[in-house]
Write a protein that binds this ligand. Structure first.
Ligand code: MD6
Ligand code: FE
Length: 207
């Protein structure tokens, strides 16, 4: 029997330290396979700035951004092909984490994969491109650590800071689903499995 420790960061938001560590090799090998079909790329924001983190997706849908806006689409704009399938190992991990945090029946149809190099971060944002907000979001961090900014429902609300380390899983939903959040620029560091990179997988239900 393994015990799951959950750090409650808000009523419906949880950090599960090291929850994905047992799966680290499968997760990283699978990311390599996905990357071979749908390479990491720096997408442009609607205003024409490059996102600092490199992204790819797997699942029925993928999150993309370009001059036309933020959206989900079924094909990779770089290749015109469908995104790689959501691997069972990914889905099972996300469902197990969601369920332990009180979100039964989570059926993710997207996994957005972010890769941060030293200096890359992500500004405060809300995840609001999904059709309905009843499903939670499950986020898995791998590789070098980063500071997660966890704010309120208004951009001006001062965020709390949490350190996310290799294997940590964040689950949030319900009243917390639309909180502003971000990632501070990742510091130069080395992780034995990922080198200088931090990876983050976010599982969502887009439609
Ligand atoms: C990241 N994560 O950790 C970016 N969004 O690299 C997110 O933007 C995020 O971790 C929603 C829920 C959890 C997250
Ligand atoms: Fe987000």
């Amino acid at each position: 029997m393994t015990q799951t420790v959950q750090k409650i960061i808000s009523e419906h938001s949880f950090i599960m330290p090291g929850f994905a560590t047992m799966e680290e090799n499968t997760l990283l090998t699978t990311i390599e396979q996905i990357e071979a079909q749908a390479p990491f790329r720096q997408m442009s924001t609607p205003r024409g700035f490059k996102m600092a983190a490199q992204m790819t997706n797997c699942g029925d849908w993928g999150w993309v951004t370009d001059r036309r806006g933020y959206r989900y689409q079924q094909t990779d704009p770089e290749t015109g092909r469908a995104w790689p399938e959501l691997p069972d190992s990914f889905k099972q991990l996300a469902q197990k984490a969601a369920s332990l945090c009180g979100f039964d029946g989570f059926e993710p149809d997207v996994c957005l994969i972010n890769r941060y190099q030293p200096g890359a971060g992500m500004g405060l944002h809300q995840d609001k491109d999904e059709k309905d907000f009843s499903a939670p979001i499950v986020s898995v961090s791998l590789g070098v650590p980063a500071i997660f900014l966890f704010g309120g429902h208004e951009r001006r609300d001062k965020p709390e800071h949490y350190l996310l380390q290799h294997g940590d899983v964040v689950v949030w939903g319900n009243h917390d689903r639309l909180r502003f959040h971000g990632i501070q620029p990742v510091k130069l560091a080395h992780h034995p499995l990922t080198g200088q990179y931090r990876y983050n997988l976010t599982f969502r239900r887009a439609f």
